[in-house]
Design a protein around this ligand. Structure first.
Ligand code: URA
Length: 434
């Protein structure tokens, strides 16, 4: 088999065989296929697409390119959750302990943030002493004992995807839907998921800017899941404004704890309950999402969800007192308010701008190596649809540097759009794809 023939076949719009796909993934992983040939192939895929069968084969070949986690020693259906990334998206911090408290085993690997999207692992490090690197045995043992563990992504998982994603980034081929879908799904499969819940974000602060793009990606991923025997459900949710009020690591952790206690922002609570309820259905704990939702609401009200988070923090080296008293979490030294420049209704809060302002403060990173400041960020006081008067506080900025504080305040002012009339609210969840 020759890579040049595989490239030519895809260039001409023909379907590749399973053997050809396995050959190119193995060859790229072991270095026998060079970057320039893989780049040509990725561009041919971007222009010609892939059939569902090809996409399924690519996913399995990438999932098998490195270490695969065996979760079979854990009882029950292991349901994983993935978000395509957004601003203020702390849903995993809520959903993981919440569904674990309901009886779904959660053995989850999460990522760090890059660009204007935050990462769950960074947020969890707001708990002093919290260990994100665990041995396989520690990880599994913790899930057996308390039902939940969230750790950083293993370096040996899906090496083919790691190389291909970096290559796509510099060859203008990130956008190819079969490549995005197989990239995400291969990581979930290698991480041992039996069933997968996808939160596909859509809007200005998301990777997918239009509903049509989000639906195409969500459908491709659900189709892969079905094809490879992992039940998959995708929730398409709004990212035209930040999720919840808090953006920034420790600030988001505090909001997640409030949400677990049933005192969280409406949108975050709603999304966490919807995602959690679908996970309970996928895990065959309940018959339908209504029953799932009811069960999760009861768990929030009983205090068991907060308790489950506290157990997880303690088991991974943190202090559970930080969960019961979040004022102990890292705190910034300076604050400033952003005020409304006119009377009216807020018609938009540009999530990308808010995300960027939080990066300016140091809450996120622009390169993988950049250190982050866990204490800084933004807490919104108003959301889209709210009525304001000139001078009302729209947000509070938390910083550890005067200059960055001023810069972030200036940037945030540009995130707001006003309208003279109240508008029809945009939905939080656009669609569920099964
Ligand atoms: N996220 C991924 O993990 N892979 C992609 O290709 C795009 C987004």
């Amino acid at each position: 088999m020759r890579m040049v023939d595989i490239i030519a076949k895809k260039r001409d719009g023909l379907e590749l065989s399973s053997e050809e796909i396995q050959f190119l993934v193995s060859g790229y992983t072991d270095g026998s296929i060079p970057d320039y040939q893989m780049s040509a192939w990725a561009m041919a895929v971007l222009l010609r697409g892939m059939t569902p069968r090809e996409t399924g084969d690519l996913t399995l070949a990438m999932a098998g390119s490195g270490e695969q986690l065996d979760l079979s020693s854990l009882k029950g259906i292991k349901v994983d959750k993935h978000s395509t990334g957004g601003v203020g998206d702390k849903t995993t911090l809520v959903v993981a302990p919440l569904v674990a408290a309901a009886g779904i085993p959660v053995a989850k690997m999460s990522g760090r943030g890059l660009g204007h999207s935050g990462g769950t692992i960074d947020k969890l490090e707001s708990f002093a002493g919290f260990q994100v690197e665990r041995t396989r045995e520690q990880f599994l043992q913790q899930v057996r004992e308390i039902g939940v563990s969230v750790i950083g992504q293993s370096g040996n998982l899906t090496p083919a995807d790691k190389k291909l994603y970096a290559l796509r980034d510099v060859t203008a081929t990130v956008e190819a839907v079969p490549l995005i879908a197989s990239s995400i799904m291969s990581k979930k499969i290698a991480a041992g998921a039996d069933a997968i819940l996808l939160d596909v974000k859509v809007g200005k602060g998301a990777f997918m800017k239009t509903l049509e793009q989000a639906e195409t990606l969500a459908s491709a991923m659900v189709q892969i899941g079905t094809q490879v025997g992992r039940r998959t459900v995708a929730v398409i949710s709004d990212m035209n404004q930040p999720l919840g009020f808090a953006v920034g690591n420790a600030l988001e952790v505090k909001e997640a704890i409030d949400t677990l206690a049933g005192r969280g922002p409406k949108d975050l609570t709603e999304l966490a309950l919807a995602i959690g309820a679908h996970m309970l259905v996928l895990g065959e704990l309940v018959a339908d999402v209504e029953e799932g939702r009811k069960r999760l609401e009861e768990i929030m009200d009983s205090g068991k969800a907060v308790e489950k988070l506290a157990q997880m923090i303690e088991a991974q080296g943190g202090n559970k007192e930080d969960v019961y008293n979040p004022d102990r979490l890292p705190k910034a030294s300076l604050t400033a308010e952003v005020k409304a420049s006119q009377d009216g209704y807020i018609s938009a809060i540009d999530a990308e701008t808010v995300g960027h302002a939080s990066v300016v403060l140091g809450a996120g990173r622009l390169t993988k190596e950049m250190p982050i400041d866990l204490a800084v960020g933004i807490v919104l006081a108003k959301k889209r649809g709210d009525q304001v008067r000139k001078g009302d506080v729209l947000a509070t900025v938390h910083a550890n540097d005067e200059i960055l504080l001023k810069q972030a305040v200036e940037e945030l002012k540009g995130a707001y759009t006003y309208d003279s009339e109240s508008l029809i609210d945009q939905p939080l969840i656009y669609k569920i794809i099964t």
